[in-house]
Design a protein around this ligand. Structure first.
Ligand code: AMP
Ligand code: ZN
Ligand code: FE
Ligand code: FE
Length: 294
């Protein structure tokens, strides 16, 4: 079984439609795919229909933007109740905060001679309510200022780069609390990737686990082998589910092909077990895992 639990569609900053992503997963021989768009559940329905049609297993989820000690941190949330008012309010708030700083970011770019309007950015975000830096990156590419998203982030938009503007977001503990009350499982995304490595120390991971976090993404492109070994040991100590995933964004990210990192069947079974427990505790009706048909 090939299980890839972290992917993005065009409902956030990936380039495949949700159905296209599922179809692509089927063609790539993925048995179970997790749809985890940034701060939105908008792709779920299309992905669910496509999963039934193509016989691909599907775990619906979301990747929630958080802020901790001034750094951007991502929390994956699986199998949450999509009608939970607190969760929906939190996602809407984060989406708005993410988008609200785009004008400030464009001001910075303008001060470096790159003239882009909000309309230019919107043109690259036609099917998402979750607008952020990747769409600004695409506008920079279109205008010919950079060659690709990668260069846009490395030169201008990445944390610590000249046009970087952070946005407001909830703290991870607040996100964990909300995800639990929506009956889902919080899993820390790429904890030692980019800037988050400075704030997500072992001690903080222990605190988040005490707050109810159920798993940690270990096998991810942003983690070198030694970091994975450390995280695996920490996960064992804290009894966290260990996941691995591509963080696929379609053409939006290189070296993140579907299935390039995967989650073992054993760890996936533990994740589903936690999902059942959390849903029962929260007394929430949560979406079911759609099993693969093959
Ligand atoms: P935002 O939430 O608007 O600050 O944008 C963050 C998103 O930008 C992340 O979730 C990634 O999908 C993307 N991103 C961040 N750094 C890079 C990078 N170096 N290359 C490509 N995409 C990136
Ligand atoms: Zn993304
Ligand atoms: Fe992320
Ligand atoms: Fe992601």
């Amino acid at each position: 079984m090939r299980i890839d639990l972290h992917t993005h569609s065009s409902r956030s900053d990936g380039t495949d439609s949700p159905a296209g992503l599922v179809e692509h997963a089927a063609a790539a021989g993925i048995d179970v795919v997790g749809l985890t768009d940034h701060d939105t559940l908008a792709g779920w329905d299309d992905a669910i229909r496509a999963a039934w049609r193509h016989g691909v297993g599907l775990v619906v989820g979301v990747e929630i933007s958080c802020r901790l000690a001034g750094a951007s941190v991502h929390m994956l949330a699986y199998l949450v109740d999509p009608t939970h008012p607190g969760l929906l309010a939190m996602l809407e708030w984060v989406r708005d905060a993410r988008a609200a700083r785009v004008p400030a970011l464009l001001d910075r770019l303008r001060s470096y001679g790159m003239d882009l309007t909000m309309d230019d950015v919107a043109a690259h975000a036609p099917s998402t309510a979750s607008v952020g830096r990747p769409h600004v990156a695409d506008a920079l590419v279109s205008a010919g200022y950079v060659a690709d998203r990668q260069e846009a982030f490395e030169r201008w938009l990445g944390e610590g780069r000249p046009a970087y503007v952070p946005h407001d977001a909830p703290e991870p503990t607040e996100v964990i609390r909300t995800v639990l009350s929506a009956g889902g499982v919080p899993v820390l995304a790429h904890p030692r990737g980019r800037k988050s490595r400075t704030v997500l120390t072992d001690q903080v991971v222990r605190q988040l686990t005490a707050a109810g976090m159920g798993g940690i993404e270990v096998d991810h492109h942003d983690h070198p082998p030694d970091v994975r070994a450390e995280l695996r040991a920490l996960a064992a100590e804290l009894d966290l589910v260990v996941t691995g995933s591509s963080d696929y964004h379609g053409r939006g990210k290189v070296e993140h092909e579907l299935g390039c990192h995967t989650t073992t069947e054993e760890e996936f079974a533990r994740l589903l077990d936690r999902a059942r427990t959390n849903a029962e505790r929260a007394q929430r009706r949560v979406p079911e895992f759609i099993p693969p048909r093959r």
